[in-house]
Design a protein around this ligand. Structure first.
Ligand code: THG
Length: 260
């Protein structure tokens, strides 16, 4: 599975402080630590509490690319902040994210072309997040059709079924799994699937347990990628074990050793 490290996000107090204080070392160590623990890419989100979001994003991306050339997933809802981040990426970036609304979709597809970036498409629109799999799939199909209509590569498109906290939207948890399964039937070859895993456990008491249990179910449903906390060791072990049990990697007695 393609692991996108979630930790460089202003939603976390330590990261928010580091952005405000321009603490390069903190950010760079957090980037390298996530990579050491198995991240294949890093999500980069400045959070909501910064005065000048454009320069905050520029600073974050420049700070990270000083120590690694790993793929960055630029996570912002603002177009100017997105472009500020994409401009300083050293490897092919991922745009995180667009909704299925045409204006947003057009703007972000244009940026994907300009910067040769991948794109995460959320199965939501200006009417919100649909509660069932079928309506999510309609939005996924719309994004997919627009992406392919521009001649872009299906491999660079990630569909996000948008998981919500289990304590507020419990019935949607299996609907998102069904969305992941059926996205794989939308085209041949299909787009990739991704989730922001930690959303599912926000506000709950057993966060890590809920995260890893849901992730294993999502992997069995065909999930390709997830934004998650690579520093959660039990989560990484559950992923490596699920990969064995789904016959994606070769079993040996010590399959956890020497692997991230
Ligand atoms: N889909 C896509 N991108 C996303 C999401 C998604 N990006 C953001 C988010 N969702 C995924 N990343 C996180 C990062 C942190 C948390 C949840 C999801 C989180 N943070 C603590 C909290 O809110 O309790 C912060 C508190 C703290 O420890 O300081 O849970 O769905 N495409």
């Amino acid at each position: 599975m393609f692991i996108i490290g979630e930790r460089i996000n202003g939603m976390f107090k330590d990261v928010s402080r580091a952005i405000k204080e321009k603490n390069k070392r903190f950010i760079q160590e957090l980037a390298l630590k996530q990579i050491e623990k198995g991240a294949n890419a890093l999500d980069v989100n400045i959070g909501t509490a910064v005065e000048d979001p454009v320069s905050a994003m520029e600073w974050l991306v420049k700070t990270i690319t000083e120590v690694t050339e790993i793929t960055l997933s630029i996570d912002t809802t603002k177009l100017v902040v997105m472009e500020a981040g994409l401009r300083y990426c050293k490897s092919k970036p991922i745009i995180n994210s667009t909704s299925a609304d045409d204006e947003k979709l057009n703007n972000l597809i244009a940026l994907a072309k300009k910067y040769n970036a991948g794109l995460i498409g959320l199965t939501m629109s200006n009417r919100g997040i649909p509660s069932d799999a079928n309506s999510r799939l309609e939005l996924a199909m719309h994004i997919l059709t627009r992406w392919q209509g521009e001649g872009l590569l299906i491999d660079d498109l990630y569909i996000d079924g948008v998981i919500l906290p289990v304590n507020v939207a419990q019935a949607q948890c299996p609907e998102v799994l069904e969305t992941i399964r059926q996205v794989k039937l939308l085209s041949q070859p299909p787009p990739k699937t991704v989730l922001g895993l930690s959303n599912v456990s926000q506000g709950t008491k057993y966060r890590s347990l809920i995260n890893r249990t849901y992730l294993v179910m999502a992997l069995a449903s065909g999930l390709d990628a997830a934004i998650l906390d690579p520093l959660d060791e039990e989560l990484i072990k559950a992923i490596r074990t699920a990969e064995i049990l789904l016959n994606k990697t070769i079993y040996c007695d010590y399959y956890l050793k020497g692997r991230k």
